[in-house]
Write a protein that binds this ligand. Structure first.
Ligand SMILES: [Zn+2]
Length: 305
């Protein structure tokens, strides 16, 4: 073999290494080929070689969102061109679609929203992503299988993303409309069940129940919705007096848990007062303890040499 290889020879070498699963070496060959194609003015050859290089980098260690983004970007202009991925041939357009979907999945699952507005935006993106998975049909995604021997099924991912969307929608509205948030979590429960995520389904159902609960504040009498949202529970002495005078309708106490319901405003007042008493008490104990220690010191002083 000649010392200097042509870009076509480098592409063949890259394909061999790709087929053997040595994606790191393959990426190097494809990058070299891209450079040589560019030097000889073969822009299309360079573009194709670059697309192969970016695909090969998805097989190297654990690729992050940016690797998927750059693969999607370099595949997009190639249209329906047939790409050789080891033993299979796939149109560049479907690889572009798959890398774009995987990019969005990786990105979205690492987002940590902080405001209702951000949750609402996130919900929209999850919904769009769920639709994209649905459009892929029932065949497992090719790239995770090829590179990481992991099966990603659109049949599972579509309801998974729909569940995430519903939960995000719930978080977006929970403070103002806990009842709506309860409904979103109920929907999420159904999607989680479809995605066969039974633990998550249970969690969503539990949230739906909490958010959907209403009570009348024991202290101020305000009607509030969403346990843990607009109202909280406080341990209390429960007896016949808890039911006397409250009449029917919305409860203010749960005897089975020995708690009273208080709106968050009233609870924060109680907590603030309780905190102050606790601090005062702690300080008193500290002062008393110091005095005792001092007394003890005085007592033992005559004993020291
Ligand atoms: Zn209250």
């Amino acid at each position: 073999m000649p010392l200097f290889k042509s870009p076509e020879q480098l592409m063949d070498l890259g394909q061999d290494q790709f087929l053997r699963g040595d994606f790191s070496a393959a990426r190097g060959r494809f990058q070299e080929a891209a450079r040589k194609f560019a030097e000889t003015g073969n822009a299309q050859g360079a573009q194709i070689a670059q697309a192969y290089a970016s695909l090969a980098s998805l097989g190297v260690s654990d690729p992050g969102p940016e690797q998927y983004a750059s693969a999607a970007q370099s595949l997009a202009p190639l249209g329906g061109l047939s790409m050789k991925l080891g033993p299979t041939q796939v149109p560049a357009s479907s690889l572009a679609q798959e890398t774009r979907i995987l990019y969005e999945t990786k990105t979205l699952l690492s987002v940590r929203p902080g405001s209702p507005q951000q949750y609402a935006e996130m919900a929209q993106r999850f919904q769009a992503l769920s639709l994209e998975y649905r459009q892929l049909g029932s065949q497992n995604l090719l790239l995770p299988e090829l590179f990481h021997r992991s099966s990603v099924s659109p049949v599972v991912m579509a309801p998974y993303m729909a569940a995430m969307a519903e939960e995000a929608m719930g978080e977006a509205v929970v403070l103002d409309h806990p009842q709506e948030a309860a409904e979103h979590n109920q929907n999420a429960r159904n999607w989680w069940t479809q995605a066969n995520e039974l633990g998550k389904a249970q969690e969503a159902a539990a949230r739906a129940q909490l958010y959907g609960r209403s009570a009348r504040c024991w202290i101020c009498g305000r009607e509030v919705t969403g346990e843990g949202v607009q109202f909280v529970t406080r341990p209390a002495a429960i007896g016949p007096w808890t039911n006397a005078g409250t009449g029917g309708g919305m409860g203010s106490a749960d005897p089975s848990r020995s708690v009273l319901y208080t709106c968050k405003g009233c609870a924060s007042l109680i907590d603030a007062v309780a905190d102050r008493y606790a601090q005062e008490r702690a300080h008193e104990v500290e002062v008393k303890l110091e005095a005792e220690i001092e007394q003890l010191r005085r007592q033992v002083r005559p004993l020291s040499p």
